[in-house]
Ligand binder design. Structure first.
Ligand code: NAP
Length: 487
């Protein structure tokens, strides 16, 4: 049995999960390349004040590396980053990471391999298998508003926070009101001179106070057998109930909406802010946000909520469509990521010069979010239709890592040098996946889950347990094993 050489691009949760899984099963020739100066992926880049995961940590962590010592239900970014670094070290994969190495292209001229990767410095390397674990949230986006470069003050994106820039006493404009802004605005608002939040869409909120766990609770988690497993189970079911609400907006979704409405009405004392902040779309269509601090922050005397459309950026600040100029010293872009671009601008070319970019021109698609016809021994982690609106992506990644390892073992067992999903299998899977969105809240508004054509390309349409069942084992009949005597 020939163990393949594997290159993983991306050293976040996905890349680390894959490396641990492969090494634990005898696939030793593994390297991980990452453009960043360290491992951690999104948790290395997103250091904005208040950064934390809104998925409880005992679910947003590996099943094989459970930790009882989390300080809060939803851990802050430094704790999550330290956890990932610790796990990578403990499982012996931290040293496999080559940082500061940006892959610009991957090319596989022949089906029976190998891949040739080109890095930014012009060097090349080869590997039998390419695992792309760059995720959906790695390229920050600043919208191309008129005059965006004319701003005379200082501007930065939330995912590239400038910690050297002192916000105290300044006039700050925050553009965007997604999951990131909802975390950093309450953290910075008290120190700013004035903060203007530019909102294009309101959000549905559910409570999240996220206080430190009391000592007795942490002690109980450490000492009472099964308690950690029980709370992971409880959170799993809670998350699945969010998906239930999103999948059934006219029934279960109404319960979620009622809960959010009561919570938001209690928090929004100012009628004008309430009118402006209220969402105008179906509960669950965009990401449901968890914060008990955002709506109170909007009602601070030094904060204003602006819902007029932005017409341009001017040297003094932000001009809205009604002609007003909102003066600012600092603009913070909380405008999210190029989610539907996946690994691009990296160019991936399969046999016969087939370009993945061209293949996905009408929307990204991949079998189980991982494999694409025409691209042998390419695996994508956190790929198309594997994002979750109510669950932990770390769980999905763990299942993907195991699935990839099994596929590689199956290929090795057959003496194959390239494993490729059958086009008809991928096509009917994709049709079934898209069909599962019918009737759900996801189709009832525009969001970062959809590409320009309106197709949902990022999200999984079901529950975590469905995805786990779907990826539980590799079905060899779904694949072509190139160069193998046993196809
Ligand atoms: P986001 O959810 O995509 O939010 C971007 C915000 O910018 C939205 O409010 C959007 O408005 C607004 N926007 C975009 N272009 C604009 C324009 N031209 N003019 C005005 N407003 C504009 O980005 P994010 O907040 O960085 O979060 C991205 C994802 O990262 C989240 O959905 C989540 O999956 C993940 N995340 C997770 C956590 C966590 O705790 N687990 C924390 C942070 C982020 P519209 O809504 O109208 O498009």
């Amino acid at each position: 049995m020939h163990a393949p050489s594997v290159v993983i691009v991306g050293a976040g949760f996905g890349g680390i999960a894959a490396a641990i899984e492969l090494r634990a099963h005898g696939i030793r020739d593994v390297s991980i390349l990452d453009a960043a100066p360290g491992l951690g992926g999104t948790w290395l880049h997103n250091t904005y004040p208040g950064a934390a995961c809104d998925v409880p940590s005992h679910l947003y962590s590996f099943s094989f590396a459970q930790r009882t010592g989390w300080s809060r239900l939803c851990s802050p970014q430094p704790e999550i980053l330290a956890y990932l670094q610790e796990v990578a070290t403990r499982f012996g994969v931290a040293d496999l990471v080559e940082t500061g190495t940006r892959v610009t292209a991957a090319d596989r001229p022949r089906a029976d391999g190998p891949w040739t990767l080109t890095t930014e410095d012009g060097r090349t390397r080869t590997a039998d298998v390419l695992i792309v674990a760059t995720g959906q949230l790695n390229t920050p986006v600043v919208p191309s508003l008129p005059g965006v470069d004319s701003f005379a003050g200082h501007a930065f994106h939330s995912a590239r926070w400038d910690h050297d820039h002192d916000l105290r006493g300044r006039r700050v404009a925050v553009i965007g009101t997604g999951a990131s802004a909802v975390q950093f605005v309450p953290a910075i608002a008290p120190g700013t001179g004035h903060l203007t939040v530019f909102q294009r869409s309101g959000n549905w909120f559910l409570p999240r106070r996220n206080r430190r766990f009391p000592a007795w609770w942490r002690a109980a988690i450490r000492r009472v057998p099964g308690l950690q497993r029980l709370r992971r189970r409880f959170v799993t079911e809670y998350c699945e109930s969010l998906t239930l609400m999103i999948r059934h907006p006219s029934t279960w979704g109404r319960i979620g909406r009622l809960y959010a409405t009561v919570f938001m009405r209690m928090q929004l004392r100012d009628p004008e802010v309430r009118r402006r902040a209220w969402p105008d779309y179906t509960f669950g269509c965009k990401r449901i946000l968890f914060s008990s601090h955002w709506l109170p922050a909007l009602q601070r005397p030094n904060v204003s909520l602006e819902t007029e459309r932005i017409s341009e950026i001017v040297p003094e600040g932000v001009r809205t469509a009604d002609g007003r100029v909102h003066e600012a010293d600092t603009i913070i872009w909380g405008t999210g990521f190029a989610t539907t671009d996946f690994m691009f601008p990296m160019e991936i070319t399969g046999p016969g010069g087939r370009s993945l970019r061209a293949e996905w021109a009408d929307g990204a698609h991949a079998y189980l979010g991982m494999t694409v016809p025409g691209f042998p021994s390419l695996f994508v982690l956190y790929g198309p239709n594997t994002n979750t609106s109510g669950g932990s992506i770390v769980r999905y990644l763990e299942h993907q890592a195991r699935y990839v390892r099994e596929a590689l073992q199956e290929a090795a067992r057959r003496g194959s040098s390239g494993v490729e999903v059958r086009a008809e299998v991928e096509r009917s899977y994709d049709e079934a996946t898209q069909a599962r969105f019918a009737g759900t809240a996801w189709l009832r508004c525009d969001s970062w889950y959809r590409d320009d054509s309106g197709r949902i390309v990022t999200n999984w349409p079901g529950y975590m347990r469905d995805y786990e069942a779907r990826t539980a084992r590799v079905e060899p009949a779904d694949y072509v094993f190139h160069g193998s005597p046993q196809r």
